[in-house]
Design a protein around this ligand. Structure first.
Ligand SMILES: NC(=O)c1ccc[n+]([C@@H]2O[C@H](COP(=O)([O-])OP(=O)(O)OC[C@H]3O[C@@H](n4cnc5c(N)ncnc54)[C@H](OP(=O)(O)O)[C@@H]3O)[C@@H](O)[C@H]2O)c1
Length: 295
């Protein structure tokens, strides 16, 4: 039997974690965890704010590679719930690092570009977690995405891309901000970078994973939704968050995969069309079966 590398993905039920879980499945032996929402029956329960739970689950699966995707990504939620945010996004990182050190695992931590020059509690917890992750003895990789776009098996969590899908499904008016600019991250780009880092044994690196183009939420919504028949309207929300442009030097220096903004948009439109067709086809099969049953 093929001896695949074992990977534990903590937070495999979330928007990003579910896509990483899906993308890595064919290459590695992957076990994923959920906390409140068991997206697939194969996922194992883990609450990372409980240190004993972390010790038990991580020891049970004793993978040599752990991917930690289980933080709350909402800066608004962090501001409203500062104690819970510190516990989940920062203190729990120490629990995971401690057990990774006990079993000699490499830790891949999904951080954020918000950790570069943090401007709110979310960014500060991500930066503090990065410092904690750097104490992993067997090596670490820190991935710093910007706002992530692209299809995930989790289409329901209230994440920016899933809001675009809502515009498609529910025929709600699509109005998006023009004031805040960012370098979008394609969701599969993260899985690609993780795979290459594992295969080439790259470690102890912090890597910004994003496109080079600066775009607004309005630009990304317009470019993805217009070809799919949804009209997108601009609004100026006058967001004051400082605009930061990264030169993506780690992707270049480590010779890691890159996507242009145009490539990302085109791949995302294809992903949406494919998923919609699949949904349409499976509904059609169900209707045909039902009809056959009746006659
Ligand atoms: N989405 C973005 O645009 C973006 C951008 C930059 C960085 N990131 C980073 O990417 C990571 C994932 O973000 P996301 O957008 O995928 O968020 P998400 O959809 O809210 O997923 C969060 C994940 O964390 C799990 N989780 C929450 N509380 C937990 C707990 N107490 N114990 C164990 N697991 C828990 C959730 O499990 P259940 O759902 O089962 O409760 C879920 O699997 C975060 O670290 C975030 O900072 C995201």
């Amino acid at each position: 039997m093929e001896n695949k590398t074992k990977i534990l993905i903590i937070g495999a039920s979330g928007y990003l974690g579910a896509r990483i879980y899906f993308d890595l499945q064919s290459k590695f032996s992957v076990v994923g965890t959920y906390c409140n929402k068991q997206l697939s029956k194969n996922l194992v329960h883990l609450n990372i704010t409980n240190e004993d739970d972390v010790k038990k689950v991580v020891n049970d699966y004793s993978s040599k590679i752990i991917i930690h995707v289980a933080n709350n990504a909402s800066s608004k939620w962090c501001d409203v719930n500062p104690e819970a945010a510190m516990l989940l996004n920062q203190t729990a990182t120490k629990y995971i690092v401690d057990v990774a050190n006990q079993i000699g695992a490499l830790l891949i931590y999904i951080s954020s570009m918000a950790a570069i020059n943090p401007q709110n509690l979310y960014g500060r917890t991500k930066l503090q977690s990065e410092e904690i992750v750097k104490t992993v003895k067997n090596g670490y990789i820190i991935i710093r995405p910007s706002l992530i776009l692209g299809y995930s098996p989790n289409t329901t969590n209230d994440r920016p891309f899933n809001r675009l899908l809502k515009n498609l499904d529910e025929d709600v008016l699509a109005i998006y901000d023009t004031s805040w600019l960012f370098q979008p991250t394609y969701i599969k780009h993260i899985s690609d970078v993780i795979q290459v880092c594992i295969n080439r044994k790259i470690c102890n690196q912090s890597i910004v994973v994003a496109c080079s183009a600066m775009k607004s939420r309005y630009d990304t919504a317009k470019d993805i939704l217009t070809p799919l028949g949804v009209k997108v309207m601009p609004t100026d929300a006058k967001e004051s968050t400082e605009v930061f442009k990264d030169d993506l030097s780690e992707l270049t220096e480590l010779d890691l995969p890159k996507y242009t903004y145009t490539e990302m948009v085109s791949l995302i439109i294809d992903e949406i069309k494919k998923e919609k067709n699949l949904l349409f086809n499976s509904t059609l099969i169900k209707i045909q079966k039902y009809d056959n049953h009746k006659t």
